[in-house]
Design a protein around this ligand. Structure first.
Ligand SMILES: [Zn+2]
Length: 195
């Protein structure tokens, strides 16, 4: 999977993250015995990701995946434990939860945002739900990113030393990436609405 801060000037939403959902995982693999499963994702904008989940009872899983940084192309393997928790539910069954590896909070879903390398809960990654920032703020973000882009283009034209040109160019490409992500996102949302 590829990471890199794609969208600027706004909080990441839960929809923009890879989501490891316990409701799904506990159906896909038996959590009481040693075993493993693969979890695959395909985002609404066509990106794919996959992780391996190894079950190490009691109440522990290990996540394994590889992350490629978008900016440098550098690829890193990650492998770490996540502790699980259970609460009783009807008919002697148990309900499974993740303990967020960062804060320890019990949660049903762990998230991996585009710019992060580790799964954690919604609060630790400071994520927001989609509906809260639809509309106005999205357009403001687009507007601000475009403005910033124009300013940088101007600066780039005036810059003399290769070093500062490089610095400005990198900044500009980050913003262009962010802009593209915002535009793609809007296109996707519109397409969804049309369907
Ligand atoms: Zn947390």
């Amino acid at each position: 999977m590829t990471v890199g801060r794609g969208v600027l000037f706004k909080k990441t939403t839960v929809e923009e993250c890879w989501q490891l959902d316990m409701t799904f995982l506990s159906k896909q693999v038996y959590l009481e015995e040693i075993g493993y499963t693969h979890v695959h994702w395909k985002s609404s904008w066509g990106k794919r990701a996959a992780i391996t989940v190894l079950v190490h009872p009691p109440k522990r899983i290990k996540l394994q995946y590889n992350v490629t940084k978008r900016s440098t192309g550098e690829s890193t393997d990650y492998s770490y434990y996540i502790f699980l928790d259970t609460t009783p539910c009807y008919f002697g069954k148990r309900r499974w939860w993740f303990n967020c590896p960062n804060c320890g909070r019990r949660c049903r879903v762990l998230y991996l945002p585009d710019w992060a390398t580790h799964f954690a809960c919604r609060i630790c990654h400071d994520l927001t739900y989609e509906s809260r920032q639809e509309g106005h703020s999205r357009w403001m973000a687009l507007f601000r990113a475009m403005n910033e882009g124009f300013k940088l283009e101007d600066k780039l034209r005036r810059a003399r030393s290769p070093r500062s040109r490089g610095r400005i160019a990198r900044k500009l490409s980050r913003i262009t990436g962010g802009l593209q992500a915002l535009l793609d996102y809007d296109k996707n949302q519109r397409r969804k609405r049309l369907r």
